[in-house]
Design a binder for this molecule. Structure first.
Ligand SMILES: Nc1nc2c(ncn2[C@@H]2O[C@H](COP(=O)(O)OP(=O)(O)OP(=O)(O)O)[C@@H](O)[C@H]2O)c(=O)[nH]1
Ligand SMILES: [Mg+2]
Length: 444
């Protein structure tokens, strides 16, 4: 059993409430337990600014040293990311393993990774985290014993180690890139027979995998369940299932890795391509755990993370569909309150703006199977927004495109004319653009 002591910080000048810091510390405790630790104690410090040397103040560090030397805990975990020098100094003072939230999350991801790509990506993230910490060790060594005659074997060893890591990082990047390339080719091929797609996104433990399992068992073509559990980051690798929608169309649903407050940037960088691909979907179902007391804060984190991933792309945010999960855990009173309050929870302009009073929020229970049909209808409605309905005349010399139109869109009406056929058509906007090009440029 690994005993763990937690250190949280409330930044006095940040203006964020004390409650947010203590909730974050709670969550750190759940993360530590997910990683196999047992939390034996914690402190929440109020600070103006971190101390450059030891992050926390001298007095606190001394207090923790005393606790550790009495054997009160084996591992100390900080809720904030420590600078390499701070981590090193703290390890020198306190006889315990000193970690931070980033390192902990990286560790959990490493335990969870199953696919080759996931394993490579997590190693990449870990090495990028470790490298500056090694150079710190190297840099200090040089300072302490620097000068003539210090180019000894010890120093060279560190240099060699750091170079090894750098080489390994380059090697991993290449492998990840090559997997990505293969996948892009496959994706391009799929695009020729495009199916609409939806990604289920949300905070970790919101119920995303449970929802996909429910969808699969009700409307799916396979039965094989995916792993869902009451622990943080149960899912790492995306899974996609074909789901038959109320209209009869098939839509691809993808389960994705959960987001969390202060998600390490090394991880976002390493998982970027996987995430971007899932988020390429036509609709993003943003699943929010309605039974979680801090669901508003968590929903905010998810929106922020999505925004940072979409940086530079001109995606419209109206593809995000907010949906509340775990309705079965709510009392009737809370349910009613949620239904009346939801409108005000998501302000217009920040993406989840579609919970308007005339459209009550979608509240579902993946466990009891309630609200699922409404979810699918709402997804179809979103998909339909990307479609246009139009009349088009296809001259006989272009009759080659008819086959594709029947396949890609919905032909509502046909009337035969002397020089061709006139169609009333529902078609995705992007396909409509292509069709017009073909008709105007005189042939596919
Ligand atoms: N009561 C209740 N529990 C639910 C519901 N949906 C999910 N859960 C539980 O919530 C926990 C987390 O569910 P998951 O489906 O693993 O959550 P996730 O969003 O995939 O989590 P990560 O993969 O860790 O990001 C599990 O213990 C589920 O049984 C629901 O509708 N009602
Ligand atoms: Mg999951």
């Amino acid at each position: 059993m690994e005993t763990v002591y937690l250190v949280g910080t409330h930044w006095k000048r940040s203006g964020s409430p004390l409650k947010a810091s203590s909730e974050s510390l709670e969550e750190l405790g759940r993360l530590a337990e997910t990683a196999g630790g047992t939390v034996v104690g914690k402190i929440l410090q109020s600070l103006d600014a971190p101390s450059p040397r030891t992050f926390i103040g001298k007095g606190k560090a001394e207090e923790l040293r005393r606790l550790a030397s009495r054997g009160a805990f084996r591992t100390l975990i900080f809720d904030d990311e420590l600078k390499p020098a701070q981590q090193k100094n703290l390890s020198e003072i306190i006889p315990a393993k000193v970690l931070d939230r980033t390192r902990l999350i990286l560790d959990i991801f490493a335990r969870r990774a199953r696919t080759r790509e996931g394993i490579l990506q997590i190693e990449l993230a870990q090495l990028s985290y470790l490298l500056p910490r090694m150079t710190e060790r190297y840099g200090r060594f040089e300072q302490q014993v620097g000068g003539i005659g210090t180019r000894g074997p010890g120093e060279r060893k560190l240099e060699v180690e750091a170079r090894h890591i750098r080489d390994r990082v380059t090697h991993l990047r290449r492998q990840v890139d090559s997997i990505k390339l293969h996948r892009e080719v496959a994706r391009e091929r799929r695009r020729n027979v495009p199916l609409p797609s939806a990604a289920i996104v949300g905070y970790t433990n919101a119920g995303k995998s449970t929802l996909l399992n429910k969808l699969t068992s009700l409307y799916g073509q396979t039965r094989e369940p995916i792993y869902a559990d009451d622990r943080l980051f149960a899912t790492l690798d995306p899974t996609t299932r074909r789901i038959r929608m109320p209209s009869g169309r098939v839509c691809l649903f993808t389960d994705t890795v959960g987001f969390i407050n202060k998600l390490p940037h090394h991880l976002i960088a390493a998982f970027r391509s996987t995430l971007e691909e899932s988020l390429d979907a036509d609709v993003l179902v943003h699943l929010i755990d309605a039974a979680d007391p801090d669901f508003t804060g968590h929903a905010g984190t998810v929106r922020e993370t999505l925004k940072s991933l979409e940086d530079g792309t001109d995606r419209k945010t109206d593809r995000i569909l907010p949906v509340f999960s775990k309705a079965d855990l709510l009392s009737p009173a809370r349910k009613a309150r949620l239904e009346s309050r939801a409108a005000g929870l998501f302000q217009a302009g920040d993406g989840d703006a579609d919970v308007s009073p005339d459209a009550p929020p979608i509240l579902l229970s993946a466990v009891e199977g309630t609200g699922i049909h409404r979810l699918l209808e709402a997804v179809e409605e979103r998909l339909a927004r990307r479609m246009i309905e139009t009349d088009v005349f296809i001259p006989f010399r272009h009759s080659g495109v008819l086959d594709a139109l029947y396949r890609l869109g919905r032909v509502e009406q046909v009337s035969h004319r002397r020089r061709g056929v006139k169609l009333r058509l529902r078609l995705e906007k992007s396909h409509w653009g292509k069709l017009q090009k073909i008709l105007h440029n005189g042939g596919p």
